[in-house]
Design a protein around this ligand. Structure first.
Ligand code: FA5
Length: 327
């Protein structure tokens, strides 16, 4: 009898101390299971003198019932605690601020292109587009390139077939416009160009240019210089100084290259000149009545001057450490 009391006392104590329903299940099988300690007491019953058996039997049943009740009660307390904890752990806190979404920024060349287009729009130019896969005749023939002229050597490019190539200069748009429009006209175009180049810090096989041209009556080098000055001042500031030197391009006469004074030296920006009379005549425009100017320059070069980027290959590498500086 004493041993049974002792077992019951220990069992109830263990139930009260159980911290989880899992622990409770272990206690249950330890005390009430088929191989449990109370079942073991059951086996002792047969060994008792006959007259003691009913009293021991009923004590044993009471002990089992007390254990079962205590177990039930503790289980319901622990189960509800565990449910609360689970709900807490799985709860979504709707008051938490959302995770920020990484927002991209404009590529530095795209920003420069926008800025360039803005300036030309303010100067009253139409913005025109031309194809990157260009016809040989617009890239070269319509621009007064004589056959087998050495000027081609500077314009080696990627040919798709005998008549189409990746354009080497946005000046190609000029031929397209002159073929379908009559003067006066005032056009600017910005886009990607391609050349078969030895790539270095200032030359790439893929780069961008802006070209502008104007055809009207009485256009002279003075108009060209004035327009380039206004453009350079808008891009680089009022204090910028420009220099023009004679240069050759088959599509202008006279032709010049022009530079800006930057970092204590003259830096070439591009080429310019008065549109060659042959080009006007080839498009049915009377070169006695009309004249025009044209100029072109590299977009990468503009951004390099504005920001001090030392190597134009950086623009095409997609390195976020570089691009992020201009976001
Ligand atoms: C031309 O492309 C002429 N079409 C410019 C022109 C237009 C002259 C209208 C007269 C009238 P050039 O090859 O020099 O010229 O190129 C002009 C500018 O484009 C260069 O000064 C440079 O800034 C840029 N450029 C040329 N080639 C590359 C290259 N491989 N990589 C990066 N920029 C280049």
């Amino acid at each position: 009898m004493n041993e049974l009391d002792h077992i019951l006392e220990q069992g109830l104590g263990a139930v009260r101390a159980a911290a989880t329903t899992a622990e409770l299940s272990r206690i249950e099988s330890e005390y009430l299971g088929s191989k449990g300690v109370l079942q073991a007491q059951m086996k002792l019953l047969g060994a008792l003198p006959k007259e003691e058996r009913p009293a021991f039997g009923s004590r044993l049943n009471v002990a089992k019932a007390s254990m079962t009740d205590a177990m039930c009660e503790r289980r319901s307390v622990l189960a509800s605690q565990e449910t609360d904890l689970q709900i807490q752990a799985e709860a979504i806190d709707v008051t938490l601020p959302g995770r920020p979404i990484a927002i991209g920024a404009r590529h530095p060349l795209s920003s420069t292109i926008r800025q360039v287009k803005d300036v030309f729009l303010r100067l009253g130019f139409d913005i025109a587009e031309g194809p990157e896969i260009e016809e040989y005749r617009y890239n070269f023939e319509a621009l007064n390139y004589p056959e087998d002229h050495p000027a081609f050597d500077e314009m080696m490019t990627f040919y798709l077939d005998d008549t189409r190539l990746l354009r080497t200069q946005t000046t190609a748009v000029q031929g397209r416009r002159l073929a379908v429009h009559n003067p006066p006209m005032k056009v600017a175009t910005v886009g990607r160009c391609f050349r078969y180049e030895a790539v270095d810090a200032t030359h790439h096989h893929t780069f961008h240019q802006v070209d502008a041209f104007l055809v009207a009556e009485g256009i002279s080098m003075a108009h060209l210089k004035g327009t380039l000055k206004a453009f350079a001042e808008a891009m680089f500031g009022e204090a910028i100084r420009l220099r023009f030197r004679p240069d050759f391009f088959p599509f202008v006469e006279p032709g010049v290259d022009y530079s800006i004074f930057w970092n204590n030296r003259w830096l070439e920006l591009g080429g310019a000149g008065l549109i060659h009379p042959n080009i006007l005549e080839a498009n049915g425009i009377d070169s006695e009545q009309y004249s025009g100017f044209a100029f072109g320059l590299g977009i990468e070069r503009i951004h390099m001057v504005q920001t001090g980027v030392p190597d134009l290959r950086l623009y095409l590498e997609n390195d976020m450490r570089f691009l992020g500086q201009f976001a």
